[in-house]
Design a protein around this ligand. Structure first.
Ligand code: ZN
Length: 443
C-alpha cells in the first residue's frame, strides 16, 4: 500500500430532531411508526401543496455550522434539485445549491500524526426522501414505499477530500456525531439512519499533489465499523486496478455486509444533471449578525473545550477525560457528582474512576446516590485506628502553621488539616470523625 496515498472525503447526512418536518406540520418523529402515517399533501408532494420552512430546523443547521467554524451566510435560499426516483414523490427535492446556510469551516481531529483540521466545504439543509423496502409478497418481488421519512429536515455536511486513511475518516465522523449530540440537534444514530455517512475514496501516487481524476462514492453504510471496513476494502480494490495500469471507474458502490465487500450500484450523475433552480414557493432568507450572535450564545461548551478544561481543572489524565467527555450527559453527571462529593472530601480521581470503571446507569442513578454509595463503601473499608493515628501524626508534623492558625482561632485551619488527612488516607476515613479527633488533640 505504500505506493499510493488514499484521498478520502465525507458527506454526512444528519436528520434534525425537530418536532415537525421541514416544510409541513407532520411529526418528524417517525422511527418505528406504521408506514405512511406521518404524511400530508405537502410531504407527499401533491399538486398545489405549498411548503413552509421550519424555522427551528434552520436554526439547528446554522448552529451546527457555527460549531464547525463555518462562515455564516447572511443571505441564503432553497433550490430545487430535480431528479426522478420512486422515493421522491414530487420529482424534485428541496435542497440548497449555491447559497447554503453555512460555507467553509473546519473540524479538528486527533490522528496518528497529531491534531489535524479537516476543512468543511459547506453545510446545507434539505428534506429527506421516503424509504424504499424491497420485499417478497405472495411470491412476488415488490418494492414498498414509506413516506414517513419524506420531508424530515436533513443536513448535509461536506468535507474536503483531506483524510488519508479509513481510521481518520472514522475519527472525523465520530467527532461530528459527538458535536451534533452536544448541540442536541439530532440523536445522530447510525443504526436508526438519523446519521448516514457517504465516504468518497480515490488513490493517488504517494508524494503526489493533485487529486486523482476519479472518485468512488460509498453508500448505504450504517455503522462506523462498516464505514471503516468499506473504505479499507476500496483502498485495496483500487490499488489492484491501478497496479494493472488501469483507472478505477467513477461510480457509486454499496457495502455488502454478508460478503464484506463493496458492490457497484450506478455511475454517478454530474451536478448539472439535477437542473437546480431557486425554489419558487419559498422566499430567500436574509439574516443579520445579531441573529447569528444569538445562536452562538446558545452553543454549549463543545467537546474540545470541555476536554481541555477537565484536564486543567481536575488534573485527570487525557484518557480519563476522553471517556468522561465522550457524551455531554456523562460529563455533566461527573461534575454534579464532584459537587456533591466535595462535602465528603472524596478525591476527584476516585469519583472519575467509579464512573469510568463501574459505569453507573446515569439515567437511573442520581449523582448524589452514586456519592452515597462511595461513602458507605469507604466506611466499610475504612482504615484501622493505628493507621489513622499514624497519618494524623504525620500530617500534623508537616503543618505546624495550620496548628498555630487553629489555636489562634482560625476555624478553617481545622478543615484544611482534615482535608489533608482524608487525602492521605485515600478517602478511607470519615471526615467528621477526623475533625472531631483533631479538635480533641489540639485542645
Ligand atoms: Zn407532511
Amino acid at each position: 500500500m505504500s505506493s499510493y496515498q488514499p484521498i478520502i472525503g465525507l458527506e454526512v447526512h444528519i436528520e434534525l430532531s425537530t418536532k415537525s418536518k421541514m416544510f409541513c406540520w407532520c411529526s418528524a418523529d417517525y422511527f418505528g411508526t406504521d408506514p405512511n402515517t406521518h404524511t400530508c399533501p405537502i410531504c407527499l408532494g401533491l399538486p398545489g401543496a405549498m411548503p413552509k420552512a421550519n424555522e427551528l430546523a434552520i436554526k439547528f443547521a446554522q448552529k451546527l455550522g457555527l460549531a464547525l467554524n463555518c462562515q455564516v451566510q447572511l443571505s441564503s435560499k432553497f433550490d430545487r434539485k430535480n431528479y426522478f426516483y420512486p422515493d421522491l414523490a414530487k420529482g424534485f427535492q428541496i435542497s440548497q445549491y449555491d447559497l447554503p446556510f453555512s460555507g467553509k469551516g473546519h473540524l479538528e481531529i486527533d490522528t496518528s500524526t497529531g491534531r489535524r483540521a479537516i476543512e468543511i466545504t459547506r453545510a446545507h439543509l434539505e428534506e429527506d426522501t421516503g424509504k424504499l423496502t424491497h420485499a417478497v409478497v405472495e411470491g412476488e418481488k415488490v418494492t414498498l414505499i414509506d413516506f414517513n421519512r419524506s420531508g424530515v429536515p436533513l443536513m448535509e455536511v461536506v468535507s474536503e477530500p483531506q483524510m488519508n486513511s479509513a481510521e481518520e475518516a472514522k475519527t472525523y465522523a465520530q467527532k461530528l456525531q459527538q458535536i451534533v449530540r452536544y448541540l442536541e440537534i439530532s440523536d445522530a444514530d447510525m443504526e436508526k439512519g438519523s446519521m448516514r455517512i457517504e465516504p468518497n475514496v480515490s488513490l493517488r501516487k504517494a508524494g503526489g499533489k493533485s487529486l486523482p481524476g476519479y472518485k468512488v462514492e460509498l453508500k448505504n453504510i450504517n455503522s462506523f465499523k462498516f464505514a471503516q471496513a468499506a473504505i479499507e476494502y476500496e483502498i485495496k480494490r483500487q490499488a489492484e486496478i491501478l497496479n494493472r495500469q488501469e483507472v478505477p471507474t467513477q461510480e457509486t458502490r454499496g457495502w455488502n455486509e454478508q460478503k464484506s465487500q463493496t458492490i457497484s450500484q450506478r455511475t454517478k450523475e454530474l451536478a448539472h444533471d439535477y437542473r437546480y433552480f431557486p425554489e419558487p414557493d419559498l422566499v430567500p432568507f436574509v439574516f443579520d449578525q445579531n441573529y447569528f450572535d444569538e445562536i452562538k450564545r446558545g452553543i454549549p461548551e463543545l467537546p474540545d473545550k470541555k476536554t481541555e478544561r477537565f484536564i486543567r481543572e481536575y488534573q485527570l489524565s487525557a484518557y480519563d477525560v476522553e471517556i468522561l467527555t465522550r457524551d455531554k450527559n456523562t460529563a455533566n453527571y461527573f461534575e454534579e457528582a464532584l459537587r456533591v462529593g466535595k462535602k465528603f472530601e472524596i478525591p476527584t480521581k476516585h469519583i472519575a474512576n467509579v464512573i469510568i470503571n463501574k459505569k453507573p446507569d446515569i439515567e437511573k442513578v442520581l449523582p448524589a446516590e452514586l456519592i452515597e454509595g462511595i461513602v458507605s463503601a469507604r466506611k466499610a473499608a475504612s482504615i484501622g485506628q493505628d493507621e489513622l493515628e499514624r497519618i494524623m501524626r504525620e500530617v500534623l508534623d508537616k503543618n505546624p502553621k495550620a496548628i498555630e492558625d487553629y489555636k489562634k482561632g482560625k476555624e478553617n485551619a481545622i478543615m484544611f488539616l482534615t482535608g489533608q488527612i482524608v487525602k492521605a488516607a485515600s478517602g478511607k476515613v470519615d471526615a467528621k470523625k477526623v475533625t472531631f479527633l483533631l479538635k480533641e488533640r489540639l485542645k
